[in-house]
Design a protein around this ligand. Structure first.
Ligand code: HEM
Length: 444
């Protein structure tokens, strides 16, 4: 593509061989003018080039989001999922906004100990705008300046230099997203009011060892913001996909309801400790991630040295795209891969079958694999289990009384998402109504 070589890996074998086994030379990210020079996204370590700085950020982030550490967020997850159930009763049509608020407010709680009480909270609005700008830039080929970097010297007023005007607006938004909640948290820390959170832990651990390091505030700023950047749009989009699937496959939804009623009963809501006893819900989540990964082409890697694979010469500096869609529809790993079927992950006794591979490729590859995957999996599992315990997700009816069928239309490019999802959330039974009422009472 212009002066850059682009390598597309279309098989599990190729992604494993190159991105996993040879990850030492396939873990860089492409440098783009829009991200790294014009809009301030260099602060997001997920886009940093492979090297010591990236390693330091990744290590620091990992200590909070590794498998063993994530249970420390379970209580916060439970609270935010409860709020979602209440919101779905109050205004079921706004379920997409409720999903977004849930993932966003949880990120603020986890990072800064902040209790964000409305989707209109300015910090969430700013962060949303910044994330949307990131997604726009990421869509390959969006901006000519990334192909012809010399264009960055054009003045913003020149016709054709709209990207510069956009970049100036976005930079303001991105800067605000990174620094504003951090400043609030810093003020709370200085007044000894900062609630348990990643920010509190980082302030504590860095106050002695690194207090003279001018970068220490920047590290806290960047680490805490990445929870929002990496974790909200991805999780919200997965829940949107889940909702579309529930509308399209009512028999799958009925099986999930049956399992919840049989194992949990109707007098309480599922918790993360119930995971082992609800294998169908776990299989359902795996299949949502596999069947239509929201990022079908992952996030680009870049190679840092010349290489050879199966007779192909792969020049260093190539952009490397993993075709996650193809990997997760590999017939050898997932027979009848086109079909949505959670049971593929279960054995004849209805237990999870350890011989069927987990769709981890939905979270990427090698040294760059998503560090938030354990957190994301727990949050999604808890959300799906609770929503299905309390509600039936049903098709809606239009103004003529006709049922609105879910359209088989998906966005293309970086994101694969159903273009439109119209659903209604109907409490499943009287007990569910009582459970939700008790959540309202306890939140009051
Ligand atoms: C369903 C939810 C999610 C999906 C599908 C997802 C997917 C991905 C993918 C495909 C990548 C690129 C991996 C690669 O380059 O090979 C990635 C990277 C990343 N994700 Fe996630 N993610 C999710 C949730 C989260 C959450 C909850 C967080 C934070 C708590 C997070 C933080 C990150 C970060 C920081 C990176 C960059 C890693 C690096 O470059 O070293 N993600 N994610």
């Amino acid at each position: 593509m212009f002066n850059t070589n682009v390598v597309v890996l279309n098989s599990f074998q190729a992604t494993t061989e190159l991105l996993e086994k040879r990850s030492k030379i396939y873990s860089d990210r492409p440098h783009t003018v829009m991200f790294h020079e014009l809009t301030g996204w260099h602060r997001n370590f997920g886009l940093l080039q492979y090297g010591d700085m990236w390693r330091m950020y990744r290590r620091t982030f990992h200590q909070y989001f590794r498998n063993q550490a994530v249970p420390s967020f379970h209580q916060k997850m439970k609270r935010t999922v409860n709020k979602l159930l209440v919101a779905l009763t109050d205004s079921p049509d706004d379920f997409l906004a409720h999903y977004r608020y849930m993932t966003g407010s949880l990120a603020f709680d986890v990072s800064y100990g902040m209790d964000v009480d409305s989707i209109k909270y300015p910090a969430i609005e700013t962060a949303e705008k910044a994330v949307q700008c990131m997604l726009e830039i990421m869509s390959t080929g969006s901006f000519l300046v990334d192909t012809l970097p010399i264009l960055k010297y054009l003045p913003a007023w020149l016709p054709g230099a709209d990207f510069k005007k956009k970049a100036i607006q976005w930079r303001r938004c991105v800067d605000e997203m990174f620094t504003r909640p951090f400043k609030i948290a810093k003020n709370e820390w200085e007044h000894a009011h900062l609630k348990p959170s990643i920010a509190l832990d980082l302030f504590r651990s860095m106050q002695d060892s690194q207090k003279d390091d001018p970068n220490f505030e920047e590290v806290i700023t960047n680490i805490t913001a990445v929870t929002y950047v990496g974790g909200t749009d991805t999780s919200t989009s997965t829940l949107r996909m889940f909702t579309w699937i529930m509308l399209s496959y009512p028999s799958v939804q009925a099986k999930a309801h049956e399992e919840i009623d049989r194992v949990i009963g109707r007098n309480r809501l599922p918790e993360l400790r119930d995971k082992e006893t609800l294998p169908y819900i776990t299989a359902l989540l795996k299949e949502v991630l596999r069947w239509r990964p929201i990022g079908p082409l992952g996030i680009q890697h870049r190679s840092t040295a010349d290489d050879e694979y199966k007779g192909y010469f792969l020049p260093g500096g190539s952009i490397v795209i993993a075709n996650t869609w193809a990997v997760l529809r590999d017939e050898k790993r997932y027979p009848n891969a086109q079909i949505f079927d959670p049971c593929r992950f279960l054995n004849d006794h209805g237990a999870l079958d350890p011989t069927i591979p987990d769709p981890t490729e939905a979270f990427g590859y090698g040294r760059r694999i998503c560090p938030g995957r354990y957190y994301a999996t727990d949050l999604l599992w808890l959300t799906i289990a609770n929503v299905l315990a309390a509600y039936v997700i049903e098709k809606t009816i239009d103004e003529h009384g006709d049922i609105i069928e879910p359209k088989d239309e998906f966005t293309t490019g970086l994101h694969c998402l159903p273009v439109s999802v119209k659903a209604s959330f109907v409490p499943r039974h009287e007990e569910a109504v009582d459970l939700i009422r008790s959540l309202v009472a306890s939140s009051d």
